[in-house]
Design a protein around this ligand. Structure first.
Ligand code: NAG
Ligand code: NAG
Length: 335
């Protein structure tokens, strides 16, 4: 089960930043990968509480907003300004490979698909961007962003199969370079980057799952396209690719939809859905990076012929938010 969702992405950092040194529970001997990113750029950094931009603590508080879902460039600034006015500091974006390379070998980011005005609008509104270009995005889009023509390419998807890898190269290079140009190191709004997406559920022909060699390859592809801002991962809270793993990102993050998507029964909350050990698992997996949620249920999708968003709103509306969003705040007694 891996529904990808689009409403909420909150990168929540420690709020109790004052006081003395942390004791760090968890795996003894946890090795944190040397912060190699510091040699690539020095503008975006982090400690165990939050990220910093230019040395200033930033609570990256974000929603999802995808350029291809509102293909009206003239509205982008207005929407970003409204997001900023609500108090958000960031926006997490997906880009959709299928829309940008409709024909194999022809990458086209023009007109309504031109991302430059989108990045410019974010910058003008004072919104930081977490870029999540895939190549697989899920995101409740057809094929998870995979172009239809990929069906005719022999090779296991999301593996090192040469057919699949070759098919990804043009998109990854092209979108990677567009995003790279808009990193904060180039005076743009992009401060974080997610290679791949939710690489924790796999088809039967992927072994091991998730496949670290494949993940490393995607990291390298984007690095080669000049991405230098910190890498994050959107994981199902199992520690995949956390700092200290042989293949890892810089900042570990969790993907969680505790109430699920059963809009048919909006008054029924699944039993034991309120997970109270999230701070502890975070400290176990990645004590020296900020407590991060790359996605935390901001709504529910409704499929064709579904129950309607009004019922979904009852399922994951304000009552859900009051109860569940509190688990996103690290508890003092665990520090
Ligand atoms: C990245 O670039 C290096 C140097 O050109 C090259 O050896 C490597 O194969 C590239 N990796 C990927 C995944 O493209
Ligand atoms: C965290 O790690 C400790 C020590 O290995 C373990 O006992 C505990 O169950 C872990 N907590 C969670 C929530 O996984």
């Amino acid at each position: 089960m891996h529904f990808l969702r689009y409403l909420s992405s909150a990168f929540v950092a420690g709020l109790a930043a004052q006081t003395a040194a942390l004791s760090i529970p968890g795996k003894p001997g946890l090795k944190v990968k040397p912060y190699k990113r510091e040699v690539l750029q020095h503008i975006v950094t982090w400690d165990q509480h939050s990220i910093f931009v230019h040395g200033e603590r930033v609570l990256f508080y974000s929603g999802e907003y995808h350029p291809f879902r509102l293909p009206v460039p003239g509205l982008w600034l207005d929407v970003f300004q409204k997001i900023r006015s609500l108090g958000y500091t960031g926006v997490s974006i997906y880009t959709d490979w299928a829309l940008l390379e409709g024909k194999p070998g022809e990458f086209l980011a023009e007109g309504i698909f031109d991302l430059q005005p989108f990045f410019d609008a974010a910058k003008q509104a004072g919104i930081y961007i977490l870029a999540r270009p895939g190549p697989y995005i899920n995101a409740e889009v057809s094929g998870g962003g995979f172009p239809g023509w990929l069906q005719r390419v022999p090779g296991v998807l999301r593996s090192l199969d040469p057919g699949y890898i070759a098919a990804t190269e043009l998109y990854v290079k092209s979108i990677g370079e567009i995003i790279a140009k808009n990193q904060i190191t180039n005076d743009g709004p992009v401060i974080l980057f997610q290679p791949e997406n939710e690489l924790y559920s796999c088809s039967d022909d992927i072994d091991p799952c998730p496949n670290p060699e494949y993940f490393q390859y995607v990291e390298d592809q984007f690095r080669n396209a000049s991405i230098v801002v910190p890498y994050i991962v959107n994981d199902n809270n199992e520690g995949n690719f956390a700092p200290g793993q042989p293949v890892s990102v810089d900042i570990y993050g969790i993907d969680s939809y505790p109430l699920g998507f059963d809009c048919a029964n909006p008054e029924t909350w699944p039993e034991n859905a309120l997970q109270t050990d999230l701070t502890e698992t975070h400290l176990n997996y990645s004590a020296l990076t900020p407590f991060s949620f790359i996605e935390f249920q901001g709504g529910s999708f409704d499929p064709w012929g579904g129950w309607g968003f009004q019922q979904c709103l009852e399922l994951v509306g304000y009552e859900f938010e009051r109860v569940f969003y509190q688990v996103l705040i690290p508890r003092d007694d665990e520090h």
